[in-house]
Design a protein around this ligand. Structure first.
Ligand code: GAR
Length: 194
């Protein structure tokens, strides 16, 4: 059984898609806590509406990195978390936390890695870069998180076509729609492998 902590910074549509899929498809996993670095993020209200504990934990609340890290680790342990999903988390996860959960942290990225990843490549920046590079296709990638940004082993990808008159906004919407399928599919596959 996966006891998942979702880390997210914004709207939380991937969290919602995953939570709905877990319930509807009877996936042997449970989102036990949602953690956001952003107190006004939609994901926190969304999580509450599902009755899932939603916590605002940000580096800014702590005078040093160690205290912040300890708070996150204590929270994960209090909720018996054994798996972490970064679903639109716009911060680099602390290296010590990554080392504490080897091969137990995944991230969803809105492009076909290894292209269009790395520092600064998040949200709309990614879609703008894809269009500027005249790519014919884009998509979503779910990968393991290691200490190098967006470079962990790829678990799954789903493609979309980039049309001739595509805008960053229209591409973002297309990619998001496949993210909502890909993330639950990967989680389901991982639970079946265990
Ligand atoms: C998603 O498109 C996700 O791939 C992206 O942020 C969006 C979050 O949407 N993540 C990144 O860019 C991370 N590098 P959501 O809050 O609606 O799930």
């Amino acid at each position: 059984m996966l006891n998942i902590a979702v880390f997210a910074s914004g709207r939380g549509s991937n969290f919602e898609a995953l939570q709905r899929a877990i319930v509807e498809q009877n996936i042997s996993a449970s989102i036990v806590v949602v953690i956001s670095n952003n107190s006004s993020s939609g994901v926190l209200t969304l999580a509450q509406s599902f009755g899932i504990p939603a916590l605002h934990i940000s580096q800014r609340q702590y005078s040093d990195t160690k205290l912040f890290r300890q708070k996150v680790l204590d929270t994960l342990s209090a909720f018996n978390v054994n798996f972490i999903v970064l679903a639109g988390y716009m911060k680099m996860l602390d290296a010590e936390i990554i080392r504490t959960f080897p091969d137990k942290i995944i991230n969803i990225h809105p492009a076909l890695l290894p292209k269009f990843g790395g520092e600064g490549m998040y949200g709309m920046n990614v879609h703008r870069a894809v269009i500027d590079a005249h790519e014919k296709e884009s998509g979503a990638t779910v990968h393991y998180v290691n200490e190098a940004y967006d470079e962990g082993r790829i678990i799954g990808q789903q493609r979309v076509d980039v049309s001739q008159n595509e805008t960053p906004e229209s591409l973002a919407a297309k990619v998001l729609a496949v993210e909502h399928q890909l993330l639950p599919r990967v989680i389901k596959m991982l639970t079946e492998k265990n």
